[in-house]
Design a protein around this ligand. Structure first.
Ligand code: AMP
Ligand code: MG
Length: 408
């Protein structure tokens, strides 16, 4: 049997990051930037008001109080975007809205709440320090400053910053397009009626969702029967839109395990027994003119899930150009003893918690069978038991892969 680490490093050396593309801003969401982006102008671009109020000269209102308000004529009304009022002088003021350019001469804003809100003349009831409520040009970003660097993964805040510096497109690695298909003559679509002996196809939904969580654009294909022609045709059709193909089922030694039969003949996919539990039978290789990578995962849902986590997710992350390929791993104190098969690396579904002193505690879940799905839905971590270890007692520290921080 081949070691998990060896199989993974073979996969990762065969996978290349996707070529960079220029994408419209929203299409670049989730992608990794392949350029440094500089701001062509400062942010804010001009001194502007942080409040609805009056633009004043601080000296003019220095003595203002509710008992002795300062009375000033209001010479203008400046809305956001209004550039018609360029300056004020001593002894006068302008009404100004949030975001509107501060006229030259003015050096402070008095908020509406500290005035009688007058429109011809205004009574100001509080002093304003020089600079009060003025957002200074360049206090956020200087002109020509690099605001985002190559390698940054774009999300909502980064997309917002790009738009703020005037960009409507960005140079990125695109998100890999992953086609997911389940194989098995026993499979029917969820929502359809199920007769005895049939099961609904859970794998393709699970793996499609997992691929999306990993950052891919994933397409799910309805399940296909264990039939050579169907599989060959399907793969040919799907290669057009795939940067990566993932199949489940049909890779064991059974009579109808056609995935293995068909792809072995193509000669570019190799099938291995990996020293792991769950997930022993694995296939990986490339197919088609473009040498599209393909993973053939085992059919048992627990095995498919773990195989995706261990092998496919890092591959998707590499295609994306992500700086971190792997999930975070923590040392956690095991809460219940575990047995593990000799010579195989075990990935146990588990609940990870943080104790009050900050240490991690991890509890293996009951349903570890590779056909079982229910406890998987409650797992937020995988306990990793190395190949040579056959039992771990409660209280021992184990390596734990964190699946989802939100469920911690
Ligand atoms: P196989 O790898 O095709 O031998 O399948 C192993 C086990 O997983 C069998 O019990 C299958 O019925 C089950 N299985 C295969 N594919 C799926 C799927 N897409 N969804 C749920 N269970 C599946
Ligand atoms: Mg099958």
């Amino acid at each position: 049997m081949k070691r998990v680490a060896d199989h993974l490093s073979e996969i990762l050396s065969a996978i290349e990051p996707l070529a960079q593309l220029d994408l419209q801003l929203l299409d670049a969401d989730g992608c990794v930037l392949t350029e440094d982006v500089a701001a062509p102008w400062a942010l804010p671009q001009f001194d502007n008001s942080a409040m609805d109020g009056y633009a004043v000269i601080a000296d003019d209102v220095a003595g203002a109080s509710p008992e002795e308000p300062v009375d000033l004529p209001v010479v203008a009304d400046i809305a956001a975007g209004d550039l018609s009022i360029s300056a004020i002088g001593p002894g006068i003021c302008a009404r100004i809205m949030t975001g509107a350019p501060v006229p030259r001469g003015a050096d402070a804003i008095v908020p509406l709440e500290q005035t009688d809100r007058g429109t011809v003349r205004v009574q100001i009831t509080a002093p304003a320090a020089p600079g009060a409520h003025v957002r200074r040009e360049g206090e956020d970003v200087q002109a020509d400053e690099v605001v985002l660097t190559t390698g940054t993964q774009l999300g909502a805040a980064q997309i917002g910053l790009l738009a703020a510096v005037g960009r409507d497109h960005a140079q990125v690695r695109p998100r890999p397009r992953v086609v997911v298909v389940s194989t098995g003559s026993e499979l029917v679509e969820p929502g359809a009626s199920v007769t005895r002996g049939q099961i609904t196809d859970s794998n393709s939904y699970m793996i499609t969702a997992a691929a999306r969580e990993a950052g891919a654009i994933a397409y799910r294909v309805p399940p296909i029967a264990d039939d050579r022609t169907s599989l060959t045709e399907l793969i040919e059709d799907q290669l057009i839109r795939a940067d990566l193909v993932v199949t489940t089922g049909g890779v064991s030694a059974g009579a109808y395990d056609i995935v293995k039969e068909v792809l072995s003949e193509l000669g570019t996919v190799s099938f291995d027994q990996i020293a792991m539990q769950p997930g022993k039978p694995q296939g990986f290789g490339t197919i088609g003119e473009d040498k599209t990578p393909i993973f053939t995962l085992p059919g048992n849902p627990g095995s498919a899930f773990v195989s995706f986590e261990v092998f496919v997710r890092p591959a998707i992350r590499k295609m994306l150009g992500a700086s971190r390929l792997h999930r975070a791993s923590v040392k956690a104190v095991l809460q219940e003893s575990m047995r593990s098969p000799d010579g195989r690396r075990q990935f146990g579904r588990a609940q990870l918690q943080t104790a009050s002193d900050g240490t991690y505690l991890v509890t293996p879940l009951g349903g570890q069978g590779s056909h079982m799905l229910s406890d998987l839905a409650y797992a937020n971590a995988l306990v990793v038991v190395p190949e040579h270890v056959t039992s771990v007692s409660a209280g021992q520290v184990v390596d734990t892969v964190v699946l989802d921080r939100r469920k911690e």
